[in-house]
Design a binder for this molecule. Structure first.
Ligand code: SF4
Length: 65
């Protein structure tokens, strides 16, 4: 099992704090404009958790895959 961050797009307000904090994990999809997670074999847990704690909508969470 590995932990993968996921964003709830219905709650994301596009503030982009997650991208500022963690540009290696979060990005804005150029076509849809949605904030999304970059596919990585592993995610830097501390950085992702910092982004989670900074997210004003509390819409980033871990999923076990
Ligand atoms: S920090 Fe949260 S609300 Fe802001 S863009 Fe990222 S996921 Fe969306």
């Amino acid at each position: 099992m590995r932990k993968v961050p996921v964003i709830d797009p219905s709650r994301c307000n596009d503030c982009q704090s997650c991208i500022e904090l963690c540009p290696g994990v979060f990005r804005k999809n150029k076509e849809t404009g949605a904030i999304e997670i970059i596919e990585l074999p592993d995610y830097p847990e501390d950085e992702v958790e910092e982004a989670m704690s900074m997210c004003p909508e509390d819409c980033i969470s871990w999923e076990e895959k």
